[in-house]
Structure formats: C-alpha cells, structure tokens
Design a protein around this ligand. Structure first.
Ligand code: ATP
Ligand code: MG
Ligand code: MG
Length: 554
C-alpha cells in the first residue's frame, strides 16, 4: 500500500484519540437500507468504514437499517451481504435495526413519561402545514399538551393495532420555533399495518430513521457514525435523541458527514435504479450496464478494481461527479495484470493465404500473459484461411495506417508475416475476402532473421476451420448525458442510450472452448472480457468489461 495522507475523517479520529478515546473505543458500521442492491456509491461508504476498521483494527458492523417494511425485502438483505463479502470485507456483527424495536419502544415510553414525546392525532397534511418555514416558526399541535396518561394509552393502542394507518403518530416534543426544521417536533413513529421481512406482524408501528439511527449506534456502541452530507442538518436531532438515553458510563456515538459520490453517465440511487429495473430498461439489478456492485461484478469488474477506485477518489467534504472513465481505468489496470490473452475476431473478414498448403495446420506457441511469466503459454492453430477484423484491412490507406493494405505487410500475432496481394468484393463493393501470401521463414519465435523482422502492424486473427463461435456482448454507457438526473426540465429516462448493448457473434480461438462463467481474459486488441452467467457449454456468452486503451500496433 502506498502511503497516503490522512483524510478528514481520519483526522477527526486521530484528534479524538488525543482527547480521551482509546483505540478500543473505536467501532464503525456500514448501515444500508435493504430497499435495493448496493451501487458504486455505497462502495465508497463500505471502503471508508471497513477501511477505518482495518486501519485502527476496530470492529465494523453491518447494520441493516430496516425500518420501512413497505420497501424492504429479504432478497436485498442477501444481495447486500453477498456484495460486501465479495468486495473483500468482513463485518464484526450482522445487526438489524429491527432487532432494537422493543428497546426503541421502551425508550419512547420513557420519553412520553418525561414529557418529551406525545401522540399527535392530526393528519400528516395538517402536521406539515404547521411546520412553518425556515424563517417563520411553526405552530404547536393542539395535541401537544396531552397528559402523560393519555399519551401512554394511545401509544400502547398504536402498538396493539387499535388504529388504522395514519390515525396517530408519536412526535418528539422539542421546539416548534427551532431554526432547524428537523427539530420542530419530528415524528418518531408512524402506524403501518404491513408485515416486515424479519419481525413479520409483531409490529404495526415503525420507528423513523432519525429516532432509529443514533439509538442503534448507541446500542452497538459505534464510536463514529459516518453518513453522507444530506444528514448534516439531522445531526442536531441525532444528538438530541442521544441526550435522552445516553448513560455516562457508556460511549456516546458521534455522527460525522462526508460527501456522496456520484458517477458520470449513470444514476446512483437505489430508487432510480429500481425504476430502470421495473421499466425493463435493463434486464435486472445485475445487468452489466448497471452501476450496482452486482452489475459491475457480472460485467467483469474485480473487487480489487472497485476498492482501488474508491481509494483513488477518496472521501470529500463536497459533492462532485467522478468520471466513469476512472472506474474503467482501475479495472483495466488490474485486468492487465491478471487476465490471460487470447484471440477473438468480432467483425470477421476472411483472409486466404494462397502460398500456404491446403489442408495443412500447425500449432503456434502463444504467450498467455506478457505481464505474468508464470501464466505460461498455449497453442493456437494456424491454417490457410483465417479471420481478421474488417477494420484491419483497407485496399488503400495512408502511411499512418499500420494495419493491412494491398501491397503492405503485417505480422499475425504469434505467427507469420503476411502481405496482402488482392481482394474480392461483392456487388455492393464490400470486401469479402483478402488474398495474401506469407513469408514461411518469419514465424514468431523461430529464431530466424526473418522472425525478428520488424513490420509496423501486428494483427490478431483466428483460423477459420478451428474457430469457435460465441455471443459477445459489447456495452456502451447506459446514459448519453454525464449527469442524467441533473436536469430540471428532463427526466433521466430521456437520456437512456439506445445503443448501450450490442450483441455480435465472435469467432474465437479454440482454447476458449469450455470457458466457465466468470472466467476473465483479454481478447487481444479488443478489450477485456468475461464469461457471462447466461453462458452454457453449447452457447458461450462473453461480456466486454472494458476496451483496451492501447493496442500493440504502434
Ligand atoms: P440510495 O439513495 O441509493 O438509496 P441511501 O443513502 O439512501 O442511498 P443507504 O442504504 O441508506 O442508501 O446507504 C448506506 C450507506 O451508504 C449510508 O451511510 C449512505 O450515506 C452511504 N451512501 C449511499 N450512497 C452513497 C454515495 N453515492 N456515496 C457515498 N456514500 C453513499
Ligand atoms: Mg438511507
Ligand atoms: Mg435511500
């Protein structure tokens, strides 16, 4: 690991360590709401919290913030656990806010007895109307001064299911004139007759985020509760709720905020991603075009590349948009080290080598990874007929075109130097075949003078009779605009890229037969690929993870 300077959260912790905290006091949590799959924004928060755990050798809990049964599901819980593990992190305890429902209820009863909470029987519209504006104080609810006895009876009745959704709420009694709108008697509980994925129908009242989060941190004795900036105004309320319950011999959690990370050309919000899934814009949460962890995984991103991305962008105090090309860079850098090289032609043009014996085949030695000697080598078949990419041949081209042109030479990767002599066209003038000759002494690695002869271009190719075919999926950005959800007058759906997925038939070297789901490789000059989960032994399916920035044909 390269040494880097401390980020501002680490500075806060270092300072706390000089002011009475010991290293044993440190504890963190990652607190997803199980209402969707994790996305690349969450990866930042995961790497931050678990990274602090590693740095300070402190426990990190995985806490599900599961207080809204209307939107949460077990499927999401499982997916989140899977994604955090896949990213390479181990949590200390697996916690659920729902495990604290009874404790939270008991504390709420205590607040009622302390005259710090009351049951409001107005509609949510009435309550909203009385909130006031930031410059104008709110109005107190006519129910604000109910007796403790009446409040206790009503709250008990709410819990027992004697009321319908919306009939009553429990509110904290704070200050209707506070300059912080969130302090104007915030709602602590609402009635919701809905089964919960863990507590089933045990509860029909559910605690609100603000009431739940800090108290959960306190129960788990989390020292630093890190959240994104939109919670900054909530901090006062977080502290107020803690003030009511904290005992002096226990650690008091503190909330600190960092900036949300946004990625260009996509949306990072579970709610919006769910809409893409529901409207069928993508095939599911793990569609390889999705910025979800599961989509990135299926696309061929590695945990290392995502962690490296999160570390590179670091954490900030102000929101900004990180260009998706940085994420591509990170995966390219990692795959360059680990992905074996193979050859596959995606847009084939047949080349016939006229001076090569008909029916003959030979097996050429191909290095698996120039970045990794231990990766060894394999054999690739060569014969009289091969495929090259359409784009790699032109009848005529200027001197900067280092690929194949009539009268010009190129080297076939791992093989011979060939020279284009003539070509055949169909009626529309499309080139259908190129006739070449080869230099029999130029075989790569044969040690002859000709084998070392330098020609400007090197092409990948596949022997026609030996080629296997596969479906190859090529991806482009899901949105055409860098900030699809950043337009006042337009919806992010207006910017969906209609060409974000292209399926082609690839002609691949036969060593790829038997490839397994998840296998990763570089198709030389075409990019990094992996085997998609839709793949079967009869019909292989590959995803392009990312294109190569460079080709070797310099
Ligand atoms: P979404 O809008 O996608 O649902 P969220 O913040 O509501 O995001 P949570 O499940 O509550 O999602 O998030 C868990 C943690 O991840 C929180 O601490 C949250 O602040 C953090 N987080 C979520 N999105 C980002 C992001 N884009 N960048 C950094 N951290 C994020
Ligand atoms: Mg949230
Ligand atoms: Mg959310």
């Amino acid at each position: 690991e390269e040494a880097r300077s401390l980020n501002f959260i680490e500075h806060i912790i270092e300072e706390d360590l000089t002011k009475g905290y010991t290293k044993n006091d440190l504890r963190f949590r990652f607190p997803p709401e199980p209402n969707g799959y994790l996305h690349i924004g969450h990866a930042s928060s995961i790497c931050l919290n678990f990274g602090l755990g590693l740095r300070y050798n402190a426990p990190v809990n995985l806490r599900f913030d599961d207080t809204n049964p209307a939107k949460e599901e077990k499927e999401y819980v499982e997916a989140i656990k899977n994604d955090v593990e896949w990213l390479g992190f181990k949590w200390d305890k697996e916690c659920y806010a729902s495990d604290y429902f009874q404790q939270l209820f008991d504390w709420a009863v205590y607040l009622i007895k302390e005259k710090k909470a009351y049951v409001d029987s107005q509609t949510s519209e009435q309550i909203a109307e009385q909130k006031g504006t930031p410059t104008e104080p709110g109005k107190e609810s006519p129910y604000r001064n109910r007796s403790v006895e009446e409040n206790l009876e009503l709250f008990e009745g709410m819990k027992e299911g004697r009321f319908k959704d919306g009939e009553h709420v429990l509110r904290a009694k704070i200050d209707m004139a506070s300059s912080n709108m969130l302090m104007r008697d915030p709602v602590m509980y609402r009635i919701l007759h809905k089964a919960h994925h863990r507590t089933n129908t045990d509860w029909c009242i559910y605690p609100m985020y603000d009431w739940t989060h800090g108290e959960s941190d306190y129960i788990e004795q989390v020292s630093h509760s890190l959240c994104t900036l939109e919670f900054l105004p909530h901090r006062e309320l977080y502290d107020w709720f803690l003030d009511q319950v904290v005992s002096s011999n226990k650690l008091r959690p503190k909330q600190r905020e960092f900036a949300r990370r946004n990625l260009s050309h996509t949306v990072v919000s579970k709610r919006k991603l769910l809409q893409l899934v529901e409207k069928g814009v993508v095939s599911g949460w793990d569609d390889p075009r999705m910025p979800t962890i599961s989509g990135l995984r299926r696309r061929g991103f590695t945990p290392e590349s995502i962690r490296n991305f999160a570390d590179t962008i670091g954490i900030a105090k102000r929101e900004n948009v990180v260009d998706v090309s940085l994420l591509d860079f990170c995966v390219r850098e990692h795959l360059n080290k680990i992905a074996p090289r193979v050859m596959g032609v995606l847009n084939p043009l047949k080349v016939v080598i006229t001076n090569y014996e008909e029916g003959k085949e030979e097996w050429l030695v191909a290095e698996n990874n120039p970045e990794d000697e231990s990766a060894g080598s394999r054999q690739v078949p060569f014969s009289r007929e091969i495929y090259i990419e359409q784009e790699d041949f032109r009848e005529e081209a200027n001197r900067k075109f280092f690929r194949l042109k009539l009268g010009g030479e190129v080297r076939l990767k791992n093989g011979y130097i060939i020279k284009a002599e003539t070509c055949t066209k169909d009626r529309e003038g499309n080139i259908t075949e190129v006739q070449c000759t080869y230099d029999p002494k130029s075989k790569s690695g044969s040690g002859t003078e000709e084998s070392l002869r330098k020609v400007k271009g090197t092409l990948h190719w596949v022997s026609v009779p030996h080629a296997i075919t596969a479906e190859v999926r090529l991806y482009d950005r899901l949105f055409t605009d860098p900030t699809p959800d950043g337009h006042k007058d337009k919806d992010f759906f207006d910017f969906v890229n209609p060409n974000s997925l292209q399926k082609v038939t690839g002609y691949l070297e036969p060593s790829l037969k038997g490839s397994q789901v998840g296998d990763q490789m570089q198709f030389q000059r075409m990019g990094y690929f992996n085997v998609d989960k839709d793949s079967t032994p009869e019909k292989l399916v590959f995803n392009r993870t990312v294109t190569l920035r460079d080709t070797w044909a310099k």
